[in-house]
Design a protein around this ligand. Structure first.
Ligand code: GLA
Length: 388
């Protein structure tokens, strides 16, 4: 058994008298399609083998007890008192609240959880926390929601108490991921397909800048508002468009440049370009053209940094170094931005050297030690056999 799973199980048994069920809920990477999930775009995420482990059992009372091992914090609350509090508590309580809003009768339960995704790293620890609990409650309460239904419930939960107006990408990857597969998700229709990752001599390496982005929910929501403002201006002028993807020529956007604030225009420009890039990238990946795919990743970073303004000096530095390394064919910031990880496509033979050189230069420049992970994809949220 995974060591974190074993620790969670042990801690549960030390704290409570019952036999729990055990769940694993993964984080995610995203190859391309950033900040377009809430703009009806296309994204290419995959679930990874890092995430959150949950041990959980009903307790025949009306009280819920959580122990968050990573914070060494308890939360005990009556079901009738579920409300917005703060920090990690908002994520679990908001999931419970969504089940209550569906009219489910929730009995008291005990729960211990812990994970190995660094917070604020852009690998979506929040979707992993939400997804593990939602999956467990769905089983416990026999709610019968399917995986897409659970992903949507978790997205609503993140909007509600934590007040992050996220798109669907993270929760979808968390529920629907499959080992060795990348998802191509159309965030407008929710249609999706899987295709295998043929990495042909390359691996995906994440470099964590160790600059945390946990306090940026305000900035995230602002980007979303800028896009909404831009789209409503465009819709008022161009009667036949529903969303950004219906604008296929940048010239059609440029006409309305003077109708909107500069930052709003820049966000619209980025989104239209990124939707086109993600579509193109999916074709390239299916043709096993990793080199061309990697170039699009660099273009995405440029857009995220200059137009969408969600990068920071540390991430720009890491991507710049990668772009000068001939063993790296693509790199960009991953996830919401303002810190967290870059995602890099690195030649297998050169991974150690890349990590060493980049880490050294980064440390010299910022006095921060970065962390590196070689990504392994994995399955979506699932129950784990406690006897193994
Ligand atoms: C966060 C959000 C996602 C998505 C990404 C940016 O991870 O939760 O919905 O918008 O940022 O692509």
């Amino acid at each position: 058994m995974n060591p974190i799973a074993a620790t969670v199980l042990k801690r549960f048994k030390e704290s409570f008298a019952s036999e729990p069920a055990l769940y694993f809920s993964p984080g995610r990477i995203n190859l391309i399609g950033e900040h377009v999930d809430y703009n009806d775009g296309f994204v290419m995420p995959a679930a990874i083998n890092k995430g959150v482990y949950y041990a959980i059992a009903e307790n025949q009372s009306n009280d819920i007890h959580f122990y968050a091992m990573d914070f060494d914090e308890w939360l005990s609350i009556a079901i009738t008192d579920v409300k917005k509090i703060s920090g990690w508590k908002n994520y679990v309580l908001s999931v419970i609240n969504e089940f209550l809003l569906l009219g489910c009768k929730i009995n008291g339960f005990d729960c211990v959880f812990a994970g190995d995704i660094p917070r604020g790293s852009g690998m979506s620890s929040s979707a992993a926390v939400e997804g593990g609990l939602a999956f467990a409650l769905n089983e416990m309460l026999h709610t019968g929601l399917n995986r897409v239904g659970l992903a949507l419930l978790c997205q609503r939960a993140e909007h509600n108490y934590p007040n992050v107006n996220c798109g669907i990408m993270d929760q979808f990857a968390n529920m629907m991921g499959k080992q060795e597969q990348v998802l191509l998700l159309d965030c407008r229709s929710m249609q999706h397909q899987y295709f295998p990752l043929h990495m042909k001599g390359y691996k995906i390496v994440l470099l964590n800048s160790n600059v945390q982005h946990t306090l940026i929910s305000g900035e995230y929501n602002t980007r979303r508002q800028r896009c909404e403002e831009g789209l409503s201006i465009l819709k008022s002028q161009l009667k036949n468009i529903q969303s950004f993807r219906d604008i296929t020529k940048i010239a059609d956007l440029q006409v309305y440049k003077s109708n909107m604030p500069e930052k709003v225009y820049n966000c619209c420009l980025y989104v239209i370009e990124e939707i086109a890039r993600a579509k193109k990238a999916a074709e390239l990946l299916q043709q096993d053209n990793l080199i061309a795919f990697g170039k699009l990743m660099y273009a995405t970073h440029e857009g995220l940094s200059k137009l969408y303004e969600v990068s920071c000096a540390e991430l720009d530095f890491l991507v710049e170094l990668a772009s000068r390394n001939r063993n790296v064919i693509g790199a960009r910031l991953m996830g919401g931005g303002f810190g967290g990880c870059t995602i890099n496509l690195v030649a297998v033979d050169a991974i150690d050297q890349f990590i060493e050189e980049t880490s050294k230069a980064y440390q010299q420049h910022f006095d921060i030690i970065p962390a590196a992970y070689i990504v392994e994809t994995g399955d979506g949220t699932k129950e784990i056999d406690v006897t193994l």
